[in-house]
Design a protein around this ligand. Structure first.
Ligand SMILES: C[S@@+](CC[C@H](N)C(=O)[O-])C[C@H]1O[C@@H](n2cnc3c(N)ncnc32)[C@H](O)[C@@H]1O
Length: 271
């Protein structure tokens, strides 16, 4: 791939306006799901790839993640140089903004412990997902995490792929997380519109993700009596019901109660 200006042919800037707190729940999720990874990070970066028109999401993450690790270095990356210029005044010793793409422009010799790419790949083609993951994985330390997903404009609903860098180096698919803050009530049908790029076109009969949503609807119908105890409790029960159907769901109450349903399905493909 050509790398003129650090870009390769599959990359292009897009509309980038971000509502405040749009990715607040992604921060909450990673601090709950990977607390030790963040706490133990030493000289390894959190990368916010495609931070958008201004550095809001990156600065909000700096605030939230540094509650676990005050020394966590953070890099916001944007393809659009004007957006990088807008972010530069917000730099400090530990927070940096650079122009670049999936080939992450980390300072020489440095790697990332966590890369977040949110609302970036939806604007690419499905067949570009694997290449972009392969490029991003080059910047991760072994054990490092890539969280790649899509949200609604306010971050109330999102769905994300979770991948972990193995020692090989290659990425292992850990699973997919469905997140809601319950502001729109609850129904499994809220999530398909924000499926990540590798899955959005697979909501058709015969595909694993399509079957999963059918089963989640069944689980929601079966457990509807729990709605009387609140929507969160109903959501929790749907996760437990899915697990009883044989899905590998993270049924920890602290996750489900917070509106995070993670399906650990290592063979769901991003190819
Ligand atoms: C829709 S905005 C998302 C902003 C923010 N992440 C959010 O979730 O609200 C997508 C941003 O990604 C940037 N972008 C697109 N491809 C990129 C790439 N390969 N590397 C870095 N940034 C990219 C675009 O320029 C745009 O600013």
């Amino acid at each position: 791939m050509s790398t003129r200006n650090g870009k390769n042919p599959i990359e292009h800037p897009t509309r980038g306006k971000t509502a405040q707190n749009r990715l607040r729940r992604v921060d909450l999720f990673v601090t709950k799901y990977f607390p030790n990874l963040i706490k133990e990070a030493q000289d390894t970066y959190f990368v916010d790839l495609g931070f958008g028109a201004d550095p809001t999401t990156t600065l909000e993450s700096a605030h939230h993640l540094r509650k676990l690790n005050p020394q966590l270095p953070i890099l916001g990356v944007e393809l659009d140089p004007e957006r990088v210029a807008t972010a530069k005044p917000f730099e400090d010793d530990l927070t940096h903004f650079r122009q670049g793409g999936f080939n992450i422009p980390l300072p020489k010799g440095n790697k990332a412990i966590l890369i977040r790419a949110f609302n970036v790949l939806r604007q690419y083609e499905e067949n570009q997902v694997a290449d972009s993951y392969a490029l991003m994985s080059k910047s991760l330390v072994p054990g490092g995490i890539l969280i790649e997903g899509t949200s609604d404009p306010f971050g109330r609903i999102w769905v994300a792929n979770l991948l972990q860098q193995s020692t090989l180096p290659s990425l292992t698919y850990l699973g997919i997380t469905f997140s809601t803050n319950f502001r729109w009530g609850f129904s499994p049908s809220l999530f398909p519109p924000v499926l990540p790029k590798n899955l959005i076109h697979k909501m058709v009969p015969g595909e694993t993700i399509h079957q999963f949503f059918n089963d989640w609807e069944d689980a929601a119908n079966k457990t509807i009596s729990h709605k009387a105890y609140g929507i969160r409790q109903w959501f929790v029960e749907t996760g437990i019901a899915l697990a009883e159907m044989g899905y590998q769901i993270d049924t920890r109450k602290k996750m489900l109660k917070s509106g995070f349903l993670t399906w650990k399905y290592p063979s769901l493909t991003w190819e």
